[in-house]
Ligand binder design. Structure first.
Ligand code: BG6
Ligand code: MG
Length: 218
């Protein structure tokens, strides 16, 4: 069988952490008198922590000093980590282990490509860390999605050419990044948002092992 590289985004693909990001950002935004809605939270999917706070401040027409900015970031992350602390394997999204195990059984390259700086701790909490050959996350990149850096680094770490890599992503910025990296982009979520992907599925229950096999043999 061929060896391909399969690169997974974390938040919204493997686990639904967007709800925890929402609660933590909302508390923070409200604490400085800024409103924060679920619709705005959607726009932060795949966006780094720094860029997310910049957007929230811009929406609220707020400017803060560099020191305050850092305090706000730290405070949001402390709250977020309190939610993460409670996570366990029951929060893995349906059929994610089925796909990961199939890839491992068939000796494919498996990497994480996430904007999060908390990726390793989340994978440990849900007991999936050992499934990944390589982890590339927010600690390893300078440019956030839609820049392809995170996925190109993932391919490099796996030792597999980008054109032989397949990315699973729930954010449109992530699909853009995967396409910019010349990879096959598989959207997980809403077709209206992820229309630029090569394939879109609502979730992994719609992805058969036959389909994965086709991708491997492409
Ligand atoms: C992405 C999330 O995976 O990681 C974003 O979709 C989040 O919402 C980003 O802002 C950074 O995450 P963290 O854990 O480093 O704050
Ligand atoms: Mg995501």
């Amino acid at each position: 069988m061929n060896k391909k590289g399969f690169i997974f985004d974390l938040d919204g693909v493997i686990v639904d952490t967007a709800k925890y990001h929402f609660l933590a950002w909302k508390k923070l935004a409200n604490s400085i008198g800024v409103d924060f809605t679920e619709t705005q939270n959607e726009q932060l999917k795949g966006v780094s922590r720094v860029k997310s706070l910049e957007k929230i401040l811009a929406w609220g027409n707020k400017t803060v000093s560099e020191a305050e900015f850092k305090e706000l970031m730290d405070s949001k992350n402390t709250d977020y980590l309190n939610y993460i602390e409670q996570m366990n394997a029951s929060e893995i999204l349906p059929d994610v282990p089925k796909v990961l195990n199939y890839l491992i059984e068939n000796k494919q390259g498996v990497a994480l490509g996430s904007a999060s700086k908390n990726a390793t701790v989340i994978l440990e909490k849900v007991d999936l860390l050992s499934k990944f050959d390589q982890i590339v996350d927010g600690n390893h990149v300078v440019k956030g999605k839609p820049n392809p850096e995170v996925f190109l680094k993932g391919a490099e770490a796996l030792g597999i050419e980008p054109k032989h890599c397949i990315v699973f992503e729930d954010a449109s910025a992530g699909i853009e990044a995967a396409k910019a990296a010349q990879m096959i982009a598989i959207g997980i979520g809403d077709k209206t948002v992820l229309g630029d992907a090569d394939y879109v599925f609502n979730d992994f229950t719609e992805i058969s092992t036959d389909f994965i096999k086709e991708l491997i043999n492409k």
